[in-house]
Design a protein around this ligand. Structure first.
Ligand SMILES: [Zn+2]
Length: 299
């Protein structure tokens, strides 16, 4: 989350300053030295295999933990239908899925659904293809003392970028209304976690998806570490769009990818991320079940 808040603040500062001084945008603040992990990862990862340890389902149980940051524990179940899907062949009717994506306003590049996913080893074509569908939230810390309605325009910008022309912060962005921006197709190797930054060979193994979420600081918190989320933390439209993207990525992989939380991947860092905060896996399961009813294919 912290990175997300920082980026939004920086974007706002950049926009204001750019308006005043269009020819001379302000420089980005110097990047702090890259921190080292301070504890063991939550889930064991093998760089040799370019995969977390265990079956795909076991990996998902660990990578979508329960509990608050610092007190994570692996889940016992992913719920239905996810429990029976992860790692299994993605039996989907591609024409029906394409129609659902179009109806939802998801625009991938032409022929993207016939294209494979990005490859690890920094995008080398012989690196293993992407295995992990990572869920983030782009937290907006609010200067207002209340949560605005979900259709507030200020809340529904899409496409947060790194300061200084570093590109978009994820492959896809989903705002509170469920509208999707595909910033980079899933065939593009991209990285958005510290875990990937410390080893460039991991780049391309993860597909990154950001959900817009407003935050308010609890007592004693600053805007930077605000942790209070609205209720519900994410909208039905966001779960629907996220499930569609997960189905599309899995169809391209040929099997259901391992879903993962950013917070689990970067657990080893002291100021690790807490996103997607208050994600409701049951609602994601429900959205996925709808898509299977509408675009599932018999095996
Ligand atoms: Zn994140």
């Amino acid at each position: 989350m912290k990175r997300g808040v920082q980026a939004i603040v920086l974007t706002a500062v950049t926009a204001l300053a750019s308006a005043a001084m269009a020819a001379d945008p302000p420089a980005c603040p110097p990047s702090p030295p890259f921190e080292k992990p301070v504890r063991l990862s939550l889930c064991a990862f093998s760089d040799r295999d370019m995969a977390y340890v265990g079956t795909p389902r076991q990996q998902a149980l660990c990578l979508m933990p329960e509990g608050d940051l610092g007190h994570f524990r692996p889940r016992r179940t992913l719920g239905a239908p996810l429990d029976g899907l992860v790692g299994e062949p993605a039996a989907l009717d591609l024409d029906k899925l394409a129609a659902l994506l179009e109806a939802d306003g998801v625009v991938f590049p032409p022929d993207a659904m016939k294209t494979g996913l990005s490859h690890a080893w920094g995008g080398k074509p012989y690196g293993p293809p992407a295995r992990y569908f990572v869920i983030h939230d782009t937290s907006s810390a609010l200067s207002r003392p209340y949560f605005p309605p979900d259709d507030d325009p200020a809340l529904n910008r899409l496409g947060e970028q790194y300061c200084g022309g570093g590109g978009y912060m994820a492959h896809t962005f989903i705002n509170r209304l469920g509208k999707v921006l595909v910033a980079y197709d899933y065939s593009t190797p991209w990285r958005a976690t510290k875990f990937e930054h410390i080893n460039p060979w991991r780049k391309g193994l993860f597909l990154h998806n950001e959900l817009t979420q407003p935050r308010l600081p609890r007592r004693g918190e600053t805007l930077t570490d605000a942790s209070l989320t609205p209720d519900p933390a994410f909208t039905e439209a966001q779960y629907r769009s996220l499930a569609l993207l997960y189905a599309a990525a899995s169809a391209r992989a040929g099997h259901w990818l391992v879903p993962a939380f950013h917070s689990a991947i970067d657990y080893a860092w002291a100021d690790g991320h807490d996103d997607p905060r208050d994600f409701d896996l049951g609602k994601f399961d429900d959205a996925l079940a709808d898509i299977l009813r509408q675009a599932g294919a018999s095996r």
